[in-house]
Design a protein around this ligand. Sequence first.
Ligand code: DC
Length: 241
Amino acid sequence: MTLQGFFLSSQLKLKNPKINIAIDGYSSSGKSTLAKALAKKLNYLYIDSGAMYRAITWFIIQNNIELNDKHLEKHLKGALIKLFSVDGKLKVSVNDLDISEDIRSMEISNMVSEVAAISCVRTYLVSIQQSYGKDKGVVMDGRDIGSVVFPDAELKFFMNADLATRSKRRLLELQHKGHTNLSETDVLKNLTHRDNIDSTRADSPLVQTSDAIVLDNSTISFDDLLEKAYEMALERIKLAN
Ligand code: DC
């Protein structure tokens, strides 16, 4: 399967790359916030693999494509999806339309796990994700990064936080983005639904690999979490040299 292209803008340049860092975990466990901050501190490339699944979901909805359409792969060739950075913020576009905000909507959140369970979608996205990591220096967050995308990553984190903490965090994020009509129950239902599909799907379910360091984000402050992850990254970078 080939989408016309997933590629990074030249704004996302690497300096002194050494290792790959995989951050997996449940929805809204704080993976992206940590991954982004860690990448910035290390001057590494941050890749939000969930945004790629969300962009494909957006495209499927826009084009009224059925998930069981035999020609799904062919349809997806009509999508030119780009990840790029503006003022240090990761943006996503499809056919040059910036959909960075749209992909965070509840409509996308309610469907993305079903899309992400489709093997041809995964095969394609995994190959793109692996190509981003071939020169190292990447922090990528998702569900299968340590298990499938970068099984040899020098550093793997598995992030969790209790469901109440995750729901509150997600609701605040959504409200901040103007989605003010949602209740905590709506968000909690969506997280439970996604956790369930993401952890039980046949292809590359969310798993905690035996070599992953578990970070529980319910009790520790973000600054402490980042410091801990950063110290570990520096150790692994030293070992890799
Ligand atoms: O991280 P996120 O919530 O934006 O991810 C959206 C969905 O994409 C999530 O429900 C599961 C799926 N996903 C996946 O299956 N594999 C990944 N590596 C990243 C995300």
